[in-house]
Design a protein around this ligand. Structure first.
Ligand code: SF4
Length: 425
């Protein structure tokens, strides 16, 4: 059945589907990893993790070869002396920041990023940020947020970072559209062109590419979430008078159209005009997706909880590629933000929220899906057991939103199955 036919069918979806809630052993990145894509996005920002050697090693391994490209992030490593309270951690931090800013005069926005160790010793980074602002204003703005594993999981680090930016946005009651969530620049440019063609605007993006371009916000602001993991940021934007436009996320042809349509409806764009602007892009996406259907249709897929992208991805794969989701694990399920996704998700998939990795592995072994989407730590062991896996981290680093990325998105899931087939011949 085509996606269009499915959209018309009175499918019950997963709106009221029961959700298995689990707490237990976790197997996931902490929020510090968000820095890896955020530092590339905000080009004059620097992320200073206040943490231990563990945090520095995590950043090094997660960033891979990027660490050789003079990245705009680093770890201020707290030594044992700091942890034992023998030195004043605040003085130490001030010294490190002064050194850093002297060496990198291009920095306009400095994030102090909290970690488990800084939280355990109760180092107050918000006070530190205030103090450093007084010293380094107006050239540099210093903000703080927590990326610690105690408080944040993987993509929640982006939520915490964007939430720290919201109070910095100037009040502006004028109407405008805000797209919230870090997107690859190529995707952002495509979306900007689509909104322009639809006469929707002015359009701004959060996070901006440069600190000085932080958009205004107020009662006239309507915002579209580009990512499903931005609960706190959305709450703060709403507190400042902005209104969220409810929509599925812009993954796949159908998701992108529905996402653009939410803005078009808010701006009163006539339906015929909307079709005129979006038809070609949607068709391009459907053609690109179709190339992967032979390999993916009918295949059973399970998601381990990781990025909160699992539900929108499962919806895309089920509706546009006829895959069969077996279990869709998500670290957190924000019912309001995912309402449109859940309604589109075919009934029958099992939804689970939170983690208990051993129980999830047992269920996965019993169900034996054709493809397992999971973190790097589980992928190779599962491959050794004969499963085909897809590393979920790639889905966060790769541009996957919008019409022109829809084929690549399908390709990310087709590739591991293709490779397995080739190796078996
Ligand atoms: S913030 Fe916590 S979980 Fe993350 S690397 Fe540092 S110690 Fe580990």
């Amino acid at each position: 059945m085509s996606a269009a036919a499915l959209a018309r069918a009175p499918a019950p979806g997963c709106t009221d589907a029961p959700v298995l809630r689990e707490r237990g052993q976790r197997e996931v990145f902490c929020g510090l990893t968000g820095i890896i894509w955020l530092h590339r996005k905000i080009q004059d920002a620097f992320f200073l993790v206040v943490g231990s050697r563990t945090c520095a090693h995590l950043m090094q391994s997660a960033a891979g070869v990027m660490i050789f490209a003079e990245p705009r992030f680093a770890t201020a490593i707290m030594e044992e002396r700091d942890l034992a309270g023998m030195t004043d951690a605040n003085e130490e931090l001030d010294r490190v920041v002064a050194q850093l800013l002297a060496r990198r005069p291009d920095i306009r926005l400095l994030f102090l990023v909290g970690s488990c160790p800084s939280e355990v010793i109760k180092l107050d980074l918000s006070r530190a940020a205030q103090r450093l602002n007084a010293t380094h204003a107006p050239g540099v703005r210093v903000l703080n947020y927590s990326g610690s594993g105690i408080e944040t999981t993987f993509t929640q680090g982006e939520d915490a970072c964007l939430a720290a930016l919201v109070p910095e946005m100037r009040a502006d009651p004028a109407p405008g559209l805000l797209v919230v969530g870090a997107l690859a620049e190529v995707v952002e440019d495509q979306m900007r062109r689509q909104f322009e063609a639809l006469d929707i605007g002015p359009v701004a993006f959060l996070p901006p590419r440069r600190a000085a371009d932080l958009p205004g916000i107020g009662r006239g602001t309507r915002f579209l979430l580009a990512q499903p993991f931005l609960a706190e940021t959305a709450r703060l934007l709403e507190d400042r008078g902005a209104r969220r436009l409810a929509a599925p996320f812009p993954l796949g042809a159908e998701g992108t159209t529905a996402w653009l349509r939410a803005a078009a409806e808010a701006w009163g764009v006539p339906a015929a005009r909307f079709r005129e602007v979006t038809a070609a892009g949607e068709q391009r996406a459907r053609t690109a997706i179709a190339r992967h259907r032979a390999l993916l249709a009918g295949r059973r897929i399970s998601f381990f909880p990781d990025s909160q992208l699992e539900i929108p991805l499962a919806r895309f794969l089920a509706r546009e590629l006829d895959m069969r989701p077996v279990e869709i694990g998500t670290p957190y399920l924000h019912r309001a933000h995912l309402a449109e996704e859940l309604a589109l998700l075919p009934a029958g998939a099992m939804l689970s929220e939170g983690r208990d990795v051993d129980c999830q592995l047992d269920r996965c072994r019993a169900a034996r899906p054709d493809l397992v989407v999971c973190g790097l730590g589980l992928a190779n062991p599962l491959e050794a057991e004969g499963f085909t896996t897809k590393w979920s981290i790639e889905l966060v680093f790769t541009p996957i939103q919008g019409y022109d990325q829809a084929g690549d998105l399908a390709g990310l899931f087709a590739r591991p199955l293709d490779r397995r087939t080739r190796l078996m011949v």
